[in-house]
Design a protein around this ligand. Structure first.
Ligand code: UDP
Length: 498
């Protein structure tokens, strides 16, 4: 047992409670446990369930530290305050991010007390904090190592770092479409500022928020090392750029694509283990048998999902449902639902499907309201194409599954990821853009029908799809023994054990 031989090296992992952060950071934690580290994961009570499968897998190496979620407080005048009882961003639209960050910062004090008791009473107190939140101050206070984890592309971090180090003038900020060039970042990416930072709906209150992110960025840069869910074959120029420009230590490790510990498409895997993150809102067996019934015509299904945060508005839902129906293509559509505690919030109005839609498309499509078992769906042989919002985890999951990517970037990093994939790497096709844009249904139906093969038709193999499949294979190689990401993980653990 690897754990027993290295009792001395203990680290604390502190994931930001949003699915796009928790899931890859727990996959990374699994890799670290396999390499013999002792790990304590800090969670609040309602996030404990996400950690349970990992605890069961590594009973002797991984423990949890459960701290109560801090009382919600107002952060900025224009930002909504946090509804009570919510501990994960999956239940909220992204406009709540500032309030969430504000509340979580209050965990610092109890965490400090925990560390002090560890130092006093434990035979192996933690030597490092691995987190995607700003714990740098804490690490400095405790004189231990902090490893910053980024569940985003190296391209995105490079652009954001440039942006936060060279904030536009007040005058420029008045125009969200003001073009901003990230000089020195490979390919000198150019974006309107609203596409870089922060979310467009926070724009009116952008200045104080930018200052906070700027501070956070400098804390991340001061960390001992950084880890990204990416790999050299996908992002070598940007990883190298970060080695030279982010912190002055060169400890920048691409360890992706981080994969879930189990094989999600294997029929002999239990339903529980194939439900990644949380149980599927439609029973996973039903989803899989629906896909099995489509698999006679190999690779004929489109999967549509915009991640764990994005909520479409009514017009977008209508346009997308008409487009899907008219395309005649088989589809699974994961529609995000938001917490019932937000019933008086305008967003609750947003996620409503047109009356009769599900009946009309019975046989053609499956709508999953709530949480879709995304990795299991993408891994199914019937799935050919993924319409994604360009969340970095979704993109990596799509590449690894060897599906074609159609892009609809919505906010923040999505635009940068879309540019990286479409323009720089030629791996994907953008079909819509913007959180408020309503696509033309007829055009949408045409692009979808052209992209996904139906009946006996051979699908058109776009060059982008071929390149995406090649990249996905390289990603899988990178995390196998001998691959660059695998070696980087080994190196990270060796450094931590020193
Ligand atoms: N996810 C899922 N089911 C859903 C929605 C999301 O399993 O219905 C998972 C998805 O597989 C990915 C993560 O949640 O691992 C979302 O992360 P991503 O970076 O793609 O987007 P975000 O939610 O952060 O915008």
């Amino acid at each position: 047992n690897a754990c027993k031989t290295n009792l001395g090296t203990h680290i604390l992992v502190f994931p930001f409670p949003a699915q796009g952060h928790i899931l890859p950071l727990l996959d990374l934690t699994h890799q670290l446990a396999l390499r013999g580290l002792i790990i304590t994961i800090l969670v609040t009570p309602k996030n404990l369930s996400f950690v349970k499968p990992l605890l069961a897998r590594h009973p002797s190496c991984i423990k949890t530290l459960v701290l109560p979620f801090p009382t919600a407080i107002q952060s900025f005048s224009s930002a909504p305050s946090l509804p009570p009882g919510i501990e994960n961003l999956k239940d909220l639209p992204s406009s709540y991010i500032p309030a969430f960050l504000h509340a979580l910062a209050k965990l610092n004090e109890p965490l400090l007390q925990w560390f002090e008791s560890q130092i006093r009473y434990s035979s192996s107190p933690p030597v490092a904090i691995l987190s995607d939140l700003w714990t740098q101050d804490l690490a400095v206070r405790l004189n231990i190592v902090r490893v910053a984890f980024f569940p985003m592309s190296a391209h995105n971090l490079s652009v954001v770092n440039y942006f936060l180090s060279n904030l536009p003038t007040r005058e420029d900020c008045k125009d969200p479409n003001h073009l901003f060039t990230a000089y020195g970042v490979p390919n000198s990416p150019v974006f309107p500022i609203y596409q870089i930072y922060p979310s467009h709906h926070l724009y009116a209150d952008a200045s104080p928020l930018w200052k906070i992110f700027q501070h956070n960025n400098s804390l991340n840069k001061a960390s001992w090392g950084i880890v990204l869910n990416s790999f050299s074959e996908l992002e070598e120029p940007f990883l190298n750029h970060l080695r030279e420009n982010y912190g002055n230590h060169g400890r920048v490790w691409g360890v992706g694509p981080l994969l879930p510990p189990i094989d999600h498409h294997r029929k002999d895997s239990s339903a529980e283990s194939r439900n990644r993150g949380r149980p599927s809102s439609t029973c996973i067996e039903q989803v899989m048998s629906w896909l099995d019934s489509c698999a006679e015509n190999q690779q004929s299904v489109l999967y549509v999902c915009f991640g764990s945060q994005i909520v479409l508005n009514r017009k977008q839902i209508e346009a997308l449902s008409v487009g899907l129906e008219q395309s005649g293509v088989k589809f699974i559509w994961g529609v995000k639902e938001i917490s019932s505690s937000l019933t008086d919030h305008e967003d609750i109005e947003k996620s409503v499907l047109p009356t009769g839609f599900e009946d009309r498309v019975a046989g053609q499509g499956l709508v999953i309201k709530g949480w879709a078992p995304q990795v299991a769906i993408l891994s199914h042989q019937a799935v050919n194409t993924f319409l994604t919002h360009c969340g970095w985890n979704s993109v990596l999951e799509g590449l690894v599954a060897g599906v074609q990517l159609l892009l609809w970037p919505m906010i923040n990093d999505h635009f940068m990821t879309a540019k990286l994939l479409e323009t720089d790497l030629g791996l994907a096709v953008k079909i819509c853009e913007g959180a408020d844009t309503v696509p033309n249904s007829t055009e949408l139906a045409r692009v979808i029908a052209e992209s996904v093969p139906q009946g006996d038709q051979e699908g058109k193999s776009r060059p982008q799809m071929i390149r995406a499949m090649e990249m996905g294979k390289m990603g899988l190689e990178a995390v196998k023994g001998g691959g660059r990401s695998f070696k980087n993980l080994d190196e990270l653990v060796l450094e931590l054990k020193k």
